[in-house]
Ligand binder design. Structure first.
Ligand SMILES: *[C@@H]1O[C@H](CO)[C@@H](O)[C@H](O)[C@H]1NC(C)=O
Ligand SMILES: *[C@@H]1O[C@H](CO)[C@@H](O)[C@H](O)[C@H]1NC(C)=O
Ligand SMILES: *[C@@H]1O[C@H](CO)[C@@H](O)[C@H](O)[C@H]1NC(C)=O
Length: 390
């Protein structure tokens, strides 16, 4: 293939995954709009009630349609399928290792299951549900959102069959990308790729831990045994990620052509932050502050939020602890949390148009009109942070 072709193919496929992340961002934005509308209504009513009011139909419809995108991407034996043209697929995935990796979601127009971006999608979907649960419920979409999340976490649980092994990919991307076909037409057994102690993948294991820890919060009230199972996997995966440090892009160079990772420090902090929220175990708080804050957090340097770089998400997630306080925190930990909050504020100041530090690429980033695949993804992910911060 010509270099140009390779580039085109890659950007096409990479471009596609952001659809999933964009969908989450859209539903967050819609849920955010619903929340704002309700707040306005509440303030007019002069009452202290926080129950969401009647839903604005067009926004509720947008939320419903956005969530249906996940149904279109599902692999496995479909349950309550709402998409007429989709059927069962990928039923043999994992079979050669005696694993059921049939669920999960396809990357895009291709039929690959790429663990790294899939886990990030689950983390973001969890976050969206945790923040906007009431609004999704009012719009009758909470069940669909949870189902889609569970479709991914069921896969991730099965992809982690022992403490230090995580399957991070199903399918051969080279072969897959040679032929554009329906998932229902997949034939034969597809190759699996794992990370382990000799070939570590810190970012992918830590992102999977973040996905499971955040999802354990989503399922806490409705299915406590599933929630505990997720937390257990998350804790094991985090220990694996931290004890065997190494980028999966180095261990398995073939992944560089698809979802190349530029580092794992951000995923370690991001996962530990979610694990702290999910378990309230103070060792995770110490991990993100005293133990690794200085070295990994890149304090004072605002960055964009993407499937590859979770610094910004971590800053926003941890700045809330600084605002609302956590029990049993030492003063050092508190000082370090302030650094997360300050960096989070710096990120917001880059996004605000009239701030002295406003970024010149704000329109590009926020309105995400670029054709470059990074464009909308960074924009939508940043939109979410922005909504959450204020
Ligand atoms: C560990 O992972 C590497 C990379 O995926 C793989 O080649 C190797 O076979 C795995 N080790 C074991 C014991 O399965
Ligand atoms: C993947 O990322 C690494 C680290 O940033 C970089 O050195 C490498 O060239 C990248 N690989 C590709 C194929 O872009
Ligand atoms: C989007 O994020 C990627 C990865 O973090 C970064 O390399 C790229 O420069 C960002 N794009 C824009 C427009 O900010």
């Amino acid at each position: 293939m010509e270099a140009k072709d390779v580039e085109d193919t890659e950007s096409n496929f990479r471009w596609c995954w952001f659809l999933l992340v964009s969908v989450i961002a859209i539903l967050v934005i819609v849920a955010g709009v619903l929340a704002i509308l309700e707040d306005l209504k509440d303030s007019k009513k002069d009452s202290a009630s926080h129950h969401p009011g009647p839903v604005v139909k067009k926004y509720a419809d947008a939320l419903e349609i956005a969530l249906q995108f996940f149904d279109g991407q599902k692999s496995g034996k479909l349950v309550n399928n709402r998409i007429g043209w989709r059927g069962d697929s990928g039923l043999l995935d994992g079979i050669e290792m005696n694993l059921d990796l049939s669920k999960g979601m396809y990357d895009a127009g291709d039929l690959m299951k790429f663990g790294f971006p899939m886990a990030f999608t689950a983390t973001m979907l969890s976050w969206a549900i945790l923040e906007y649960e009431e609004n999704m419920k009012t719009a009758k979409q909470l069940g669909h959102a949870r189902d889609s999340l569970k479709w991914i976490t069921d896969f991730l649980i099965n992809a982690h069959p022992s403490e230090n092994v995580l399957y991070i990919q199903v399918g051969d991307p080279e072969l897959d990308h040679q032929c554009w076909e329906r998932p229902e037409a997949i034939r034969g057994i597809r190759p699996l790729t794992q990370v382990n102690t000799s070939f570590p993948g810190t970012e992918v294991a830590a992102e999977t831990a973040a996905a499971m820890a955040s999802a354990s919060l989503v399922f806490k009230k409705i299915d406590s045994s599933y929630s505990n199972l997720l937390l257990e996997h998350a804790q094991q995966l985090f220990s694996f990620a931290d004890a065997y440090r190494g980028s999966y892009s180095v261990s398995i160079p073939q992944v560089q052509n698809y979802y190349n990772s530029t580092g794992y420090e951000d995923e370690l902090l991001w996962a530990a932050a979610w694990l702290y929220h999910a378990s309230k175990d103070l060792s995770y708080l110490k991990y993100v502050t005293e133990l690794n804050g200085q070295q990994f957090a890149n304090w004072g340097n605002p960055t964009w939020f993407s499937w590859d770089d979770k610094h910004a998400g971590t800053h926003v997630l941890l700045s809330r602890l600084n605002i609302f306080g956590a029990k049993g925190m030492s003063s050092e930990e508190n000082l370090d949390l302030q650094m997360y909050r300050k960096t989070s504020e710096a990120i917001m100041c880059e996004l605000l148009p009239d701030s002295p530090t406003a970024t010149s690429s704000r329109t590009k980033v926020l309105l995400s009109m670029q054709v470059v695949w990074y464009g909308s993804q960074n924009g939508t992910a940043c939109n979410m942070l922005w909504l959450l911060h204020f």
